[in-house]
Design a protein around this ligand. Structure first.
Ligand code: 3HC
Ligand code: NAI
Length: 721
């Protein structure tokens, strides 16, 4: 249901027409009570955009329940207007000072203990506190399209309104463990099969409302029991403790460093071992611990940062966008294949053009293998392999792009090649089509300059593997039109990416900062730090891997040519000695051929040491603290320069790039948020010290960083425009 379908609650009193009780009351700015159609009172929440449980919603439901009881209603239906049922607590109220109102617990208590049936009518998503409210109703009916989840874990929390105790009582411990540690949204069919909802309703919102009212009438007529989930103990009795141990082991790798998944598990353990009220106390204690800790603060910040990144100050919200009926991708290599998959996954036909049949066959073969692997793991249905492959058409003729609404170029990173390609695309693409480049560092303006329509050109920088990584760094050229800018963001959303709009510079936001980290990592290698030591510092910080593991994964020989190699860098030395990285089991590390487990290679360490000594570098112990500072502080410095130059719109956009594209641990918010938490003055001072000792452009202090450090300002909160 879109916004235009939302019932205008203020018009409802006019529908009184001799109904049984004919009462319509606006209880708070967002909740109304309607008993015009039958003796069933209908409480409607209308708090756009997602009916979050803001203070006036809690108070309104609390008052509405009490009023319906006082008015002598026979039953109560709780429903929401707009696009969704309650999507959770109002996250923007956390840590703030919202006006005092009924607490969630007070409101839930009235609902659960109501002497007349309460039925929750659910459309859209019932999430977090929203589902926790619905779990206090005696019955739940939901549209076939509705979804259910406790996603608090994704903002570093656990369900704090009884959900940790009620959900396992309804759907059982194993299922609750999975749902609460993943935050997954269960579709209505699954929710019904698990006993989470009592009836699935086909049709629209009106059908849902009618079905909920008649369910309530039936509950009255047939004296159905007033089911309190809290009293249902069958699913939480005699639970084998081994379930918890096994589950912890299963998710350990994925949840490394995060507190919230473990705390969610502890609450479910409490549900399985303590009476309900004792379990609630455990939930409350652990919830408060998470809520007041730095991880959840960072994850809540990241939630809003991601949504903020969608807003581009000088682009009006209603800017028309290109409707992509058909996409084109040039090049079916590492990136092109993955980019094409994104469109096919979203149901959009895509034409992939390669330079010759052999390259095309190889590229599409990789795409097919990826789909087959996903199907064999169960992450897509078996029939999806052919469906999605059927949306991808291979060709070796660029003229096949003529009817595409967008063409994304993903050929080799070579300016001359890209220019010649865009000259051709200019002749082929239809008017209004978007011509995008996936370049990872080149000047988008220079690429656009060879076309007769630079306004249609934009950078759309995907990350490898492009079908998996969430980030889409869109690069706005000087001439990119508003429509093209708005479309790049909209298309990103359509294909499931997290989009960030940035400006043109070498490496844009992400890679430009990465270059600084890489420069300092190489330098420390020369001073005596080992690849494993450097990687380990980042791993412990929360990154999935460090720079040397990453190089091994990508392949050490990218861009390396034996005939041109002169033993002048460590990387050249590695390639000359036959080390290609993970693909041949030898790189900065040695890889077990079976398990791919990495172990440090003493030969490589000696090779690096000798190389450094030969070039006059004195060897010493480099501490982990120094490694951390020298890897991360130049990135922060560069991020501040990027902000100052207007390449990023806001500090939080930089964080969205690093969290979604480079594995920065979300529980540390991103480099800008983290810098604020460490203290800008401290970081600025350290940068000055290192700069003096080591020299190098990346240690030249950013004037913005200096200013914010002096003023006590914030990098994450800094916004241009
Ligand atoms: N509180 C406050 N604002 C919220 C919100 C919430 N829980 N959920 C969404 N919003 C806001 C967003 O910031 C955004 O605002 P904007 O338009 O100004 O940028 C707007 O609502 C729309 O959100 P999306 O762009 O995300 O809209 P989608 O349609 O893509 O997704 C959604 C809708 C699936 C509901 C998604 O917003 C979502 O996942 N929300 C968070 C759900 C959640 O985490 N709930 C648990 C909250 S914590 C809790 O309940 C604690 C309890 O246990 C006590
Ligand atoms: P790749 O070498 O894997 O693939 C390039 C493909 O382009 C090859 O299959 C090649 O046959 C094809 N090609 C070359 N010239 C062509 C032409 N004239 N017509 C049609 N096809 C042609 O390279 P990769 O890694 O996919 O990179 C592509 C682009 O994406 C580059 O600009 C790169 O900088 C960028 N990029 C790469 C990332 C990565 O991690 N590999 C990440 C983000 C961007």
């Amino acid at each position: 249901m879109d916004a235009s379908d939302r019932p205008n609650v203020t018009e409802w009193p006019g529908r009184g027409r001799g109904a049984k009780i004919a009462v319509m009351a606006q209880l708070s700015e967002s909740v109304s009570l309607d008993t015009t159609d039958s003796s069933v009172a209908v409480l409607t929440v209308d708090n756009p955009p997602v009916n979050a449980l803001s203070w006036h919603v809690r108070q309104g439901i609390f008052d509405g329940l009490n009023q319906a009881l006082a008015d002598g209603a026979s039953a109560i239906v709780l429903i929401c207007a707009g696009r969704t049922f309650i999507a959770g607590a109002d996250i923007s109220e956390f840590g703030g000072t919202a006006p005092k109102a009924a607490s969630l617990a007070d409101m839930q208590e009235v609902m659960e203990n109501s002497p007349i049936p309460v039925v929750a009518a659910i459309h859209g998503t019932a999430l977090g506190g929203g589902l926790e409210v619905a779990l206090c109703a005696h019955y739940r009916v939901g549209l076939a399209s509705s979804k259910y989840g406790l996603p608090e874990v994704n903002i570093g929390l656990l369900p704090g309104a009884g959900g940790t105790q009620r959900l396992p009582r309804l759907i059982g411990v194993p299922k609750a463990l999975e749902a609460m540690t993943s935050g997954r949204h269960l579709p209505a069919s699954e929710a019904a099969a698990d006993g989470l909802i009592d009836e699935v309703v086909e049709g629209d919102w009106e059908a849902l409302r009618a079905a909920a009212v008649s369910f309530a009438e039936r509950a009255v007529a047939e004296s159905l029991p007033l089911v309190k989930v809290r009293d249902r103990d069958d699913q939480v009795t005699d639970v084998d403790p081994q379930i918890f141990a096994d589950f912890r082991a299963k998710i350990a790798r994925k949840t490394r460093g995060f507190l919230a998944p473990e705390y969610n598990i502890r609450c479910i353990e409490a549900a399985a071992s303590l009476p309900f009220d004792e379990g609630i106390k455990v939930e409350a204690t652990l919830f408060m611990e998470l809520m007041t800790g730095p991880q959840s603060a960072a994850q809540r910040y990241a939630f809003f940062a991601e949504r903020q990144a969608n807003k581009i100050p000088d682009i009006a919200k209603d800017t028309p966008t290109v409707d992509v009926q058909k996409a084109g991708v040039l090049g079916a290599g590492t990136m092109g294949g993955g980019i094409a998959m994104n469109f096919a996954n979203a149901g959009i036909p895509v034409t992939v053009v390669e330079r010759d049949d052999a390259s095309l066959e190889r590229g599409l073969g990789v795409v097919r293998k990826n789909y087959e692997r996903s199907a064999s793991r169960g992450s897509i249905p078996a029939e999806a392999v052919e469906q999605r492959m059927g949306l991808i058409t291979g060709s070796t003729d660029k003229n096949d792009f003529a009817d595409c609404d967008i063409v994304i170029e993903a050929v080799f990173e070579d300016m001359e090649l890209k220019k010649s390609i865009f000259t051709e695309l200019d002749q082929i693409c239809k008017p209004g089509a978007i011509m995008a480049s996936n370049t990872s560092a080149l000047d988008v303006n220079e690429i656009a300059s060879v076309t007769s329509r630079p306004e249609s050109v934009i950078g759309m920088h995907f990350f490898s593997p492009a079908n998996v990584m969430k980030l889409l760094e869109n690069v706005r050229g000087d001439a990119s039109s508003d429509t093209v800018v708005a479309s790049a963001m909209a298309i990103g959303k359509q294909i499931g990416k997290v989009g960030v709009m940035v400006g043109v510079c070498n490496g844009f936001v992400g890679n430009r900062m990465l270059f600084m980290r890489g420069a300092e990592a190489d330098r420390m290698l020369m001073e005596g730090a080992t690849p494993a030591q450097i990687d380990n510092v980042l791993f412990e910080f929360g990154f999935p891997m460090g720079p040397f593991s990453m190089s091994d994964l990508a392949g050490l020989d990218i861009g390396w040519k034996a005939e041109k190699s002169t033993s002048s860098t460590v990387r050249e030395l590695m390639c000359e000695s036959g080390r290609r990285g993970q693909k041949n089991g030898m790189g900065y590390y040695r890889y077990d051929p079976e398990t791919r487990a990495a172990t440090p290679d003493p030969e490589v360490e000696e090779m690096i040491r000798q190389f450094a000594i030969d070039r006059g570098h004195e060897q010493r112990e480099v501490t982990d603290q120094e490694i951390m500072e020298r890897l991360l502080y130049p990135m922060i410095n560069e991020g501040a320069k990027i902000l100052d130059e207007g390449i990023a719109i806001r500090g939080s956009d930089i964080d969205v790039v690093w969290v979604n594209g480079y594995g920065w641990p979300i529980y540390r918010g991103g480099p800008m948020h983290w810098a604020d938490s460490v203290g800008l003055a401290e970081i600025a001072a350290k940068i000055a010290d290192y700069g003096e000792r080591l020299g190098g452009r990346h240690w030249d202090r950013s004037p913005l960083l200096e200013r914010l450090a002096a003023e006590g300002g914030s990098l994450a909160g800094h916004q241009n425009g």
